[in-house]
Design a protein around this ligand. Structure first.
Ligand code: SAH
Length: 204
C-alpha cells in the first residue's frame, strides 16, 4: 500500500550524515516519495516491477518502491557515505532480497538490464546548472518510463528535451519541497522550493 504509513516508515530511515552541498543531498520527504510512487504505480504499475532509482542518496525512493511491491530495485549513488547509509536502510527496511545499491556516477552507469520504470529525485541543478540532465538521459536509456522531480519552471525545457530523446513528457503537479537549513548559507530553519513531478514515456 502506497499510503501515509509507508511515508512515515521512510521518514524513520537514516538520513545523510553530513549532507554535501555540491551534490545537493537533501532527503526526499516520505510524503514526496509517496506521491512519486503513486504516480509510478498509476502510470506504469509497480507490482513485481523492476525499478531504478538514480541519485538514490539514502535509498528512500528505491526502498519505498520495494515496500510498494516492486520485485527488483537498483539504487545508483555516487557518494560512498550515502551508499553506506542506503545499504543500512535497505537492511533496516528488510528489503535486502530485492534492493541492490550500486556505487557509481550516473554518467558512467551502464545498466545491465532494462527497467520498467525509473523513479528518482535528481539534483535540481541549484549548484551546477543542468545537473539533472544526465539523470533523465540515462533513465530513458535504461527504462521505458520515468517519474522524476525537477525544479518548477523547467517543464517546457523538459518537454522539448524529451522530444529530442524520443520521449513524451507530462507535468503531473507541483509539490512543495522542504529543504532544512543544514547548510551555513541557509538562514531560515526550513525553506521550500517548488518542485514539479514529471512523467517521461519513451515513444516506440
Ligand atoms: N532520494 C534521495 C535524495 C536524492 S538527493 C533520498 O531520499 O535520500 C540527490 C542525490 O543524487 C544525492 O544523494 C547525490 O549524492 C546524488 N548525486 C549527485 N550527483 C550524482 C551523480 N553524478 N551520480 C550519482 N549520484 C549523484
Amino acid at each position: 500500500m502506497i499510503d501515509r504509513r509507508l511515508a512515515m516508515e521512510l521518514d524513520g530511515l537514516e538520513g545523510f550524515p553530513e549532507p554535501k552541498l555540491s551534490l545537493e543531498q537533501y532527503e526526499t520527504p516520505g510524503e514526496v516519495v509517496r506521491i512519486l510512487l503513486s504516480v509510478a504505480d498509476r502510470e506504469f504499475g509497480l507490482e513485481c516491477s523492476r525499478v531504478l532509482d538514480l541519485g538514490a542518496g539514502t535509498g528512500r525512493i528505491g526502498i519505498g518502491a520495494a515496500l510498494a511491491g516492486a520485485c527488483e530495485v537498483t539504487c545508483v549513488e555516487v557518494d560512498s557515505e550515502a551508499v553506506e547509509v542506503a545499504r543500512r536502510n535497505v537492511k533496516r527496511a528488510d528489503v535486502e532480497d530485492r534492493v541492490e545499491v550500486v556505487e557509481a556516477d550516473v554518467r558512467d552507469f551502464e545498466p545491465e538490464d532494462q527497467y520498467d520504470v525509473t523513479v528518482m529525485n535528481p539534483p535540481f541543478g541549484a549548484q551546477r546548472r543542468g545537473a539533472d540532465r544526465p539523470f533523465v538521459e540515462v533513465a530513458l536509456e535504461a527504462s521505458s518510463g520515468v517519474v522524476s522531480l525537477h525544479r518548477a519552471g523547467t517543464e517546457e525545457f523538459w518537454k522539448r528535451r524529451a522530444r529530442e530523446l524520443g520521449a513524451t513528457c507530462d507535468a503531473i503537479g507541483v509539490v512543495r519541497f522542504p529543504i532544512p537549513a543544514m547548510y551555513p548559507h541557509h538562514r531560515s530553519r526550513i525553506r521550500h522550493v517548488d518542485a514539479v513531478v514529471l512523467v517521461f514515456k519513451k515513444v516506440d
